[in-house]
Design a protein. Structure first.
Length: 95
């Protein structure tokens, strides 16, 4: 799977970033990759205790896990295969 994370916001005039890519990468690694990688989602991940871990559901759970760390999170997407893509988007975001 391939994870896509989109953030919105005002570009910082000093850095030229909405968010530093190293910071974003570390958040994704700590909150998603380290939690989900090589795990049985049905057994080892509490969020899926009562949820079927389809890609459609997984992308929403990932959004919810990243949201507290990325206030400007716009959407998350998952490429399940070369042809299958699922996306969850926050509605009503203003910059």
């Amino acid at each position: 799977m391939k994870l896509i994370v989109s953030v919105t916001g005002v570009i910082d005039q000093e850095t030229g970033y909405v968010i530093d890519m190293k910071v974003l990468k570390n958040i994704i690694k700590n909150e998603i990759e380290d939690v989900f990688d090589h795990k049985n989602l049905n057994i080892e991940i509490p969020e899926f205790k009562d949820l079927n871990p389809t890609s459609e559901v997984l992308v929403t759970v990932i959004f919810d896990l990243l949201s507290p760390h990325l206030p400007n999170l716009q959407k998350t997407g998952l490429w399940e295969t070369e042809k299958n893509y699922f996306e969850y988007e926050k509605i009503g975001v203003s910059i």
